[in-house]
Design a protein around this ligand. Sequence first.
Ligand code: CTP
Ligand code: MG
Length: 561
Amino acid sequence: QLSQKSDLRARRILTRSTFATKAQTVKKTLQAGAAAGKESFSALQEERREQAERSVLISCPPNINQKKFLDYISKHGHIQNHFFYQSYGIYAVVEYATKDSITALKANCSIPSVQHEAAVPFKSRLLSLKWTGQGSQSNASNTLKLQKHLPIPVNELTQHLCKQESIDQQLQCLTDLYQLTEENISLRFLVCSLLRDIAAAYFPECIIRPFGSTVNSFGKLGCDLDMFLDLDGISGQNQRKGSGLSLEYQVKQGTSERTVTQSVLSVIGECVDQFGPGCVGVQKILNARCPLVRFAHQPSGFQCDLTANNRVAMKSSELLFVYGKLDARVRHLVFAVRCWARVHGITSSIPGAWITNFSLTVLVLFFLQRRTQPLLPTLDQLRDLADPSDQCVIEGNECTIVSDLSKIKLQKNTDTLEKLLQEFFEFYGNFAFSSTSINIRKGKEQNKPESTPLHIQNPFETGLNISKNVNTTQLERFVALCRESAWLLEQKEVLKRSAGQSADVIPPWGLAALLLPSVAQSAGVKGRRKKKHHPASERIKSLLESLKSSSGGAGAKQSAV
Ligand code: CTP
Ligand code: MG
């Protein structure tokens, strides 16, 4: 056991030093990356983190005037970037050119004197701008350009989709409307940086890094903010050799890595709850497989999940990012499938037996690896192309992937998005889920190692199933919907936009038709027996009827997703 432990430690140190070396070369990589028109994943994250550290979040009075605001705020330093958005009131994100400006700005801020309550005197970078009563107040707020941080409702989305010329264009349009904006990503990094300031009271060298859909390029506006507390930078120091003496910190010992993580998260969670401005509804979920602190960050509107020690999840975010970068069709297909699944209640914001967006993404990647001309390489191929500097082993898991994407030679696959979408539904409508496991490392179906309804191997922690939570009912709903959607995409009424309609009222077609309420599902809700008695012709008829009777306002009954 002891030797296992020291082996684990050695492996962890190996990972740490890989990261430390990476951090040192970030600047170089950034320059080289910028020159080549591409940036590696870690360099991009580092750049955004550094920008966030030079930024502040300011709640503004409703009648703020942009010029007056900028004149006042820029007294403390040169502003590199800024934008406004609406959450509970108007907020501004201001990125200064240097960190010193923040020190100057903070020197001018005061702790508010609250009348009947008391304030925790914690000086964060979340500020409020108030009128003092001197000078003129303008009411030019309507001139402010406010960034959108939430997706448009589905009925508006389907209207946009109907106006496109082809299904391929529809998928591109969906990605454009739903994907995270640069500003939204900046705000996410800023929230991590603000939380870091709280955790830094205990661990000055810590970093809070976003992972999951914030950074994997598949994030949709409104998605949660997954972050992890990275303490690895603290223990990476080498001892000076030669003196025959060495000093080390006395530390409190925990019984396992897990108990240490739990106690660190418990304390940080408590601080976020008690001292974190704008952080509400803090829940400590420390007994989960991956202990976490969940809360809402009100000023940004983000639902936050803070974990610790979660490097493998960061690596899978990088893997998804790499796959998303290799071919533009990957992101379009993933956005379409995720949206389709959400509209039909295949995925949910509530944890449970549903398929998750992460699992759906891996299903899409696997499908793309299984084309006759594979559109994506396998994870083993990405590992084989890696440089020695890409070597990465985390807690005993082989996590190496190539970082220089120019080394990846893709096969010539010219499938249209329409074809890919249709065949995705056919593929999973007829997949042998009962006997087969999905494995993107090998890019091949494998025998299922356990009897859970859906088995998708975790790409890096290969002993884990990422869809362990999915029950038979949810898998059956997914398969039934895949079959129905595959069938819909064979109908000529669905495949082509109808001609001769006014520009505003176009019946749902293509992807928009797939987002209409499903017949299979409504029959499923009433009971499976009833569904079996529905003749296929009747189902087809009622689906087509629902397509015809729906106009440009189709889906109005569907809630925003
Ligand atoms: N993750 C994992 N294994 C799981 C679930 C999640 O490794 N069983 C990791 C993945 O890297 C995933 C991240 O945790 O991207 C965040 O999980 P989650 O928030 O569920 O997924 P997202 O990809 O962020 O998608 P969403 O937009 O639904 O938040
Ligand atoms: Mg997430």
